[in-house]
Design a protein around this ligand. Structure first.
Ligand code: UDP
Ligand code: MG
Length: 251
């Protein structure tokens, strides 16, 4: 059997027929400096995404793993299912529109190799290059959202929502099941990682957010805020259970 790749690039994909093919080709053409596989977790699409993936699978064989969720799970749910099927010791979360470049992904892997558990691509980092800059409304809402996240959860991360992140694989088993499987799964993961004292690094990235987001800014932000409050309510219990778990395992 062939050795496992060092890195799994996991892409959640819901109705991405217009862009998934370009993304897959770009990844395989541009990233040469480490061994990786791509895992696409197709999330109950109603367009041609599954068909396109079937064709790509024939072309790329073992280096491309495709899984299909019969029902739409949401970005987080799809991503986590992809992680279950991944073999790398490091996992990169990447949005299907490939909103970054190879150098950024290589840099994330570098930090993971240095021993960070979670490497967060941050559009809010002063050294990040945003090309083009986000629309003003989205930027303002993003900032307010982040402020609320930082106040509620006492974390310092300035951009929890970016679709470019790296994880040491063990992180997923350390923090346990994720409850919020839509768009705030990242917040839940980061907050729980912090509770466990994992090493988190927020880094500058190249970002070229494309149009065609499935986020409806105002409506989804309200839903996400509800999710944050719900997470905040549930967290003390998680903290308590984790503390007891850590005591028992002598961590
Ligand atoms: N996505 C998914 N299931 C969903 C919604 C989104 O798998 O129910 C995927 C989507 O295909 C994309 C990523 O999650 O790869 C981010 O979605 P989107 O671009 O809509 O969000 P944004 O980048 O604007 O936060
Ligand atoms: Mg997007």
């Amino acid at each position: 059997m062939k050795a496992h790749p060092e890195v799994s690039i996991v892409i959640p994909a819901y109705n991405e027929a217009d862009r998934i093919e370009t993304t897959i080709y770009r990844i395989f053409n541009e990233i040469k400096s480490f061994e990786f596989e791509v895992v696409v977790s197709e999330d109950g699409s109603t367009d041609e995404t599954p068909l396109i993936l079937k064709r790509l699978k024939k072309r790329f064989g073992d280096r491309l793993v495709t899984i299909h969720n019969r029902r739409r799970l949401g970005k987080g749910g799809g991503f986590l299912r992809g992680v279950e099927h991944s073999r790398g010791r490091y996992v990169i979360l990447l949005d299907a529109d490939y909103p970054t470049d190879a150098d950024t992904i290589i840099k994330i892997v570098k930090y993971l190799r240095m021993g960070y558990d979670l490497v967060i691509g941050s559009r809010a980092h002063e050294l990040s290059i945003l090309d083009p800059p986000p629309p003003p409304l989205r930027k303002v809402i993003g900032r307010i959202f982040n402020l609320i996240v930082r106040i509620l959860f006492r974390i310092r991360i300035r951009d929890t929502q970016c679709g470019v992140k790296g994880f040491r694989k063990e992180v997923f088993s350390i923090i346990g099941p994720i409850q919020f499987l839509s768009f705030i799964f990242d917040v839940e993961m980061i907050v729980k990682a912090q509770i466990h004292g994992l090493r988190i690094k927020e880094i500058p990235i190249y970002w070229s957010g494309k149009t065609g987001s499935k986020v409806r800014v105002l409506r989804d932000t309200v839903t996400m805020l509800g999710g944050l409050i719900n997470l905040w309510i549930k967290l003390p219990r998680y903290r308590k259970i984790s503390r007891e778990g850590m005591k028992h395992s002598g961590e």
